[in-house]
Design a binder for this molecule. Structure first.
Ligand SMILES: C[S@@+](CC[C@H](N)C(=O)[O-])C[C@H]1O[C@@H](n2cnc3c(N)ncnc32)[C@H](O)[C@@H]1O
Length: 479
């Protein structure tokens, strides 16, 4: 049951005829999406492999996004565990598509769990530069960290902090910032009943106030010339055109950027904020007071379930005037490859040439026994709650090194000396994912276990027994 006050506002926003089309969308099919992870290989190879398993159709606004058929279950396929794709609501792929992060940049995803946009941004960055991905709630931050690992992201610093703490730590530091704000979730009513139960006008107001605070912190961390994308999954004008208007009213050096809209996308509407703002809110206590309404709100984007194949979303792309300055910043003190004797031994036995070079040029951090390869220009970490400071390479044991699952998921089969490739059509792959040992041939030692060529994890061959090193916490129970 949709909340009455929500329905009434939507009817007035859309007008009776369009409101009926909007309501009808609640009885229609919900579109499901997955995004191919270009970090794992070529899209055309994946499409050829996936042909039988899922019927895929391109999502117009996401370069590697596809709708999949209702009968498909991509979450229960070995490719999912190999991070070959990320299951993501189609409209939710739009914001990061507009962020357009580039390799080598410093990018922040401020409200990042479970990691849909982070993993999309990571793919744009192709492992180069620094992606700081942050989530305020500890349990959600852990899920974010797991998804970063599953998708084989090498250059992410995963943090668990409040936006104000990050701002105090980094200051003005990032070329691009994604603010996928916590919101009243009206756009998810079709998919999540919980969002309906939690909805109230009061909550819309609370969300809007929180968004103002988060945007302020993001602003302080954005470099001149930098781009910020703000998004929500709600229809409430207070949280969309409203948040942008209140923000731009106090930041004259920020502006909305004109970006191409895809078929079915609609412009943001200044009049909706003027007409439907919750007037008694803290922002406009006096009903007669004029609200700050930003210029060019039509440059922002609304995605509607009755106008395109996806749920409700709002996206605004903004940039800061000026050019990015060179800044004097505190960097983390890291170690060199020369100091990593155990890792060198492992590399010699198990890796092909390219990775040897990457390692030789790398910078390293250790946390107890855990060894990390850190992104170039790693910022100082002291005072930050960090879940993952770059790529976890493995554990340093006495005189030996044990490679991590995270590392396995960044590797191609050409990167290692020993590979055991399993077919997705063969039951053995699911035995491996359940944590079972299996019989295999080959040279003794560490093997990268792959499914149709995509890395899944490690195994260690002794004789003809492949010892299973798939992490206990990730073992599947669905097959
Ligand atoms: C819309 S969700 C993010 C979804 C994510 N970007 C993705 O694509 O998978 C918003 C996130 O903001 C977090 N959040 C809640 N309150 C917050 C606050 N005050 N500051 C920053 N983030 C907050 C929530 O825990 C939630 O994970």
């Amino acid at each position: 049951m949709l909340p009455l006050a929500f329905c009434e506002r939507m009817r007035r926003m859309l007008g009776q005829a369009e409101y009926e089309a909007f309501l009808k969308s609640y009885d229609e099919n919900k579109y499901q999406g997955l995004r191919f992870n270009i970090g794992k290989g070529k899209q055309e190879d994946f499409l050829a492999l996936a042909e039988d398993a899922f019927s895929l159709e391109k999502i117009p606004w996401a370069e590697h996004g596809f709708y999949y058929g209702a009968e498909a279950a991509p979450g229960k396929h070995a490719y999912h565990e190999a991070g070959v794709y990320y299951i993501q609501e189609p409209s939710a792929m739009a914001p990061a598509a507009y962020l357009q992060a580039r390799p080598g940049e410093r990018v922040l995803d401020l409200c990042a769990a479970p990691g849909g946009k982070t993993t999309q941004i990571a793919a744009q960055m192709r492992g180069e530069g620094l992606l700081v991905t942050n989530e305020i709630h500890p349990a959600r931050a852990r899920i974010l960290s797991e998804n970063v690992e599953r998708m084989g992201v090498r250059n992410a610093l995963v943090t668990n902090a409040a936006p104000a703490d990050l701002r105090r730590h980094f200051g003005m530091f990032f070329h691009r910032i994604m603010v996928d704000a916590p919101c009243s979730g009206e756009g998810m009513f079709r998919k999540q009943e919980m969002a309906v139960d939690e909805w109230s006008l009061e909550n819309v107001r609370t969300c809007a106030a929180r968004q103002d605070e988060i945007l302020e912190e993001a602003y302080a961390m954005l470099l001149p010339g930098g781009r910020m994308v703000y998004s929500t999954c709600t229809f409430a004008p207070d949280e969309n055109e409203g948040s942008i208007s209140r923000f731009l009213a106090i930041h004259s050096d920020m502006h909305l950027v004109e970006v191409p809209k895809y078929e079915g996308m609609s412009p943001g509407r200044a009049d909706w904020y003027e007409d439907f703002a919750i007037r008694e809110s803290a922002f406009a206590p006096d009903p007669e007071e004029v609200l700050p309404v930003a210029e060019h709100l039509e440059r922002s984007i609304r995605l509607w379930p009755h106008l395109l194949h996806g749920e409700g979303h709002f996206v605004a792309v903004m940039e800061k005037d000026g050019a990015c300055p060179l800044i004097d910043y505190k960097w983390e003190k890291t170690a060199t490859y020369k100091e990593q004797k155990e890792l060198q031994k492992f590399a010699k036995d198990c890796l092909a040439k390219d990775w040897m070079e990457t390692l030789a040029q790398g910078q390293y951090l250790t946390f107890g026994e855990q060894l990390y390869l850190v992104p170039k220009d790693m910022p100082a970490l002291k005072g930050l709650k960090v879940l993952r400071p770059g790529l976890h390479l493995g554990t340093l044991k006495k005189n030996r090194f044990e490679p991590s699952h995270a590392w396995a998921l960044t590797l191609y089969k050409e990167d290692v000396r020993h590979v055991t490739d399993l077919s997705s059509k063969d039951e053995t792959v699911y035995a491996y994912l359940r944590g079972e040992t299996f019989t295999a041939d080959g040279e003794p030692g560490w093997h990268l276990i792959t499914v149709d060529g995509y890395a899944l994890g490690w195994g260690k061959l002794t004789g003809t027994t492949m010892k299973n090193h798939y992490p206990k916490g990730l073992r599947i129970t669905y097959k």
